[in-house]
Design a protein around this ligand. Structure first.
Ligand SMILES: Cc1cc2nc3c(=O)[nH]c(=O)nc-3n(C[C@H](O)[C@H](O)[C@H](O)COP(=O)(O)OP(=O)(O)OC[C@H]3O[C@@H](n4cnc5c(N)ncnc54)[C@H](O)[C@@H]3O)c2cc1C
Length: 440
């Protein structure tokens, strides 16, 4: 039988890299750690993109990895990037690929990191066995571990409706646009259909403008609105959150706290950001039912204002607007067909939209590993029934709602349990806290 690995991190993205860095800084030896994932550790789905027009949606002082040095990335970016377009009136918004290089380099330069074992594979299954975990990989091999941290992150988007396509369709139907490599195949006069109206659609718009696109861009979305542009906000006040808020009470309190100003004004965004650090505690007090109801009722408003766009991206959208080159097609896609060189989208309204390419910008998909763990009855679902339940120590819960002693999860998939934990700084904070607990 194999000797169990000491600590295995499943996933090779940003969360895995910051987890490894914080464990090393707390004194865990590199050779006690194994990272499992198919690519270089640190980039993942968000920062593994090559496209120069995909930018961070936060200014340079916000992606904090080390709580004691919040400006570490800002200094690194100044010295290591050649990106004159990063600077805006709302701060510097760097390329995501540069942030990926920063994370990779930071991990590489952390003492002990070269000794970390990296297994280039994906985990298919995880099973408890005599006090440790048996991990089955997609290459057919197996290993075992004393302690496991799941950091599988954001599962790539999947089509939200039926698609009839052929083997030749992959050029024209892009199911996962996050890597950004589809853009070089788009011809300048193509009519491009973007399915979804969030930050991924804005990434596509920014890149299309950057490469001189002349064709029409249609955005399929239930609402003709994009997230607002980031302003130069600053937290100045501490809101006094009332105790024992109900979901309705929370919405009322937030409405009352936010100034009657446009959502792209620094005043409005400052107030919003003053509220944000308090929301996870409130969220964690809500019942599972309340969390689901809140998400159903105001989830889209939350996503709209929470995930604001970089000024460069919004400038690209405004440029297309001045040229009448962008339009919203209101509603939802019901069926996509690729026929005779054209993409045809049947809309829920009964109309049809015809274009040359369609890009799926509908957001995070579903994680096969966490789904498998839930389906096998080993772990509990979170309140949103979208991922695994964890407690506030990031311990994965079993179906009896008891925490496992040697299985944790960090990253955006802990949102249903812990709240707003999607951004890079929130994930780094989780990693820092968990490293502290593991080494206590
Ligand atoms: C397109 C995009 C842009 C973003 N932009 C920003 C931004 O500008 N600023 C910000 O603060 N946040 C941004 N985010 C939010 C993001 O949640 C975090 O910043 C962070 O990247 C999440 O890291 P992660 O490692 O948890 O997930 P991911 O980056 O998704 O990485 C997970 C990794 O795990 C691997 N993996 C998955 N399943 C398995 C398995 N079974 N076995 C082994 N490996 C597996 C995947 O291949 C992947 O590489 C963005 C997210 C996305 C998707």
């Amino acid at each position: 039988m194999q000797i169990p690995k000491e600590i295995v991190i499943i996933g090779d993205g940003y969360a895995a890299a910051v987890m490894a860095m914080h464990l090393l800084r707390k004194g865990i030896a590199g050779d006690a750690m194994t990272i499992i994932g198919p690519r270089v550790a640190g980039k993942g789905n968000a920062y593994g993109c090559a496209n120069p027009f995909f930018r961070l949606n936060i200014r340079e002082d916000l992606p904090t990895i080390f709580s004691e040095d919040p400006l570490h990335f800002a200094r690194w970016a100044k010295d290591h990037t050649n990106d004159p377009d990063a600077k805006t009136g709302a701060g510097s918004f760097y390329r995501r690929r540069d942030f990926g290089s920063y994370v990779v380099q930071l991990l590489h330069d952390t003492q002990g990191a070269p000794e970390i074992e990296h297994v280039l594979a994906k985990v298919k299954q995880l099973r408890p066995e005599s006090g440790h975990w048996t991990i089955a990989l997609d290459d057919g091999s197996q290993l075992s571990a004393n302690r496991v941290i799941i950091a599988t992150g954001n599962a790539p988007p999947v089509w939200p409706c039926a698609v009839s396509s052929s083997a030749q369709s992959s050029e024209r139907l892009v199911e996962n646009p996050w890597p950004g490599d589809y853009l070089e195949r788009i011809r300048p006069d193509d009519h491009v259909i973007l399915l979804g109206g969030g930050l991924t659609a804005l990434d596509a718009i920014s890149a299309l403008v950057g490469q001189g696109h002349r064709g029409m861009v249609s955005v399929i979305s239930p609402r003709a609105i994009f997230p607002p542009v980031q302003a130069l906000w600053k937290r100045c006040n501490q809101p006094q959150m009332p105790k024992n808020l109900s979901p309705r009470g929370l919405v009322c309190f937030m409405r009352h706290y936010l100034p009657k100003m446009p959502a792209d004004s620094p005043e409005w965004q400052s107030a919003w950001e003053e509220l944000r650090p308090h929301l996870n505690e409130v969220w964690q007090q809500f019942s599972a039912h309340d969390r689901r109801t809140l998400l159903k009722r105001v989830g889209w408003v939350w996503s709209l204002y929470r995930f604001r766009a970089s000024p460069q991206t919004i400038a690209a959208y405004a440029y297309l607007q001045t040229r009448n080159q962008v339009q919203f097609a209101l509603g939802r896609a019901k069926h996509i067909t690729h026929l005779e060189e054209k993409i045809r989208v049947q809309m829920s309204s009964g109309t049809e939209l015809v274009g040359d390419r369609i890009i799926n910008c509908t957001g995070v998909g579903s994680d096969p590993l966490t789904n498998e763990l839930i389906a096998s009855g080993l772990v509990a679902s979170d309140a949103l029934l979208q991922s695994i339940a964890v407690n506030t120590d990031f311990r994965v819960m079993n179906p009896e709602q008891e925490p496992y002693a040697n299985l944790w999860m960090i990253g955006p998939a802990t949102m249903g349990s812990l709240g707003d934990v999607v951004a890079s700084s929130a994930i780094a904070k989780q990693a820092e806290q968990l490293a502290g607990q593991i080494t206590e």
